[in-house]
Ligand binder design. Structure first.
Ligand code: HEC
Length: 187
């Protein structure tokens, strides 16, 4: 009887064993880091180019139209789904899922305790693998995500409001947690 119970417990654990080995975690972390870096590079190169050409007045409408297609193209290239999300999102399309919000809130807690924050890799109940990593605010993000009238000009603020009437992604300081990368692997 006891043996049968042990076998049953083992079977149940194996069936819903949604855990990754350390080796798998390491592999997905490496892949996730690579994809997040490539995405950041692609987005920021275009953004810097547009900022040089016409400041926020040109770069904001560009992000509004191009941020999604750039992410989508990279998603196809790496055969993953790439998402940037935040607890204070600008575009409602980027609103976090329940799990993403939990991850963001955990990062906030760790930061407030001055702990290090590192990427997270996990498997969900459908066996999909996920990579999450923090996005911190840098000095060159302030023109569009900083405090109004300090870093974000009143004109920039009105352009943001006209495209994103419910914008929440403003008032940040350098070094703040702006959001996370959320990458879902298809295999
Ligand atoms: C020229 C203005 C501008 C600058 C500079 C800028 N952003 Fe944004 N950011 C935007 C806009 C506009 C969106 C909404 C894009 C969309 O519609 O998908 C956005 C969206 C985001 C999002 C997605 C979540 C959300 O709120 O919708 C993240 C994360 C983000 N920005 C981080 C950053 C970081 C980090 C930097 C600096 C490296 C930065 N941004 C610099 C304008 C800017």
């Amino acid at each position: 009887m006891k043996n049968l119970l042990m076998v049953l417990v083992f079977l149940v654990m194996a069936a819903c064993g949604n855990s990754l080995t350390d080796k798998e975690k390491q592999e997905y972390t490496t892949k996730g880091n690579e994809i997040a870096q490539a995405s950041f590079k692609a987005l920021s190169e275009k953004l810097i180019e547009q900022m040089k050409m016409g400041g926020p007045a040109q770069a904001i409408p560009f992000c509004n139209v191009q941020a999604m297609p750039i992410s989508q193209q990279l998603s196809e290239q790496y055969d993953v789904t790439i998402k940037r999300t935040s607890d204070k999102w600008r575009n409602p399309i980027n609103k976090p899922s329940e799990r993403e919000l939990e991850i963001i809130n955990n990062y906030h807690k760790l930061i407030s305790k001055k702990h290090e924050i590192t990427p997270i890799v996990e498997m969900d109940s459908n066996n999909n693998k996920h990579y999450y990593a923090p996005i911190l605010l840098k000095a060159n993000c302030l023109a569009c995500h900083g405090k109004v009238d300090e870093f974000v000009s009143v004109k920039t603020d009105s352009i943001i409001k006209s495209l994103y009437p419910n914008d929440r992604a403003i008032g940040y300081n350098e070094g703040d947690l702006r959001g996370i990368w959320s990458i879902t692997f298809k295999k």
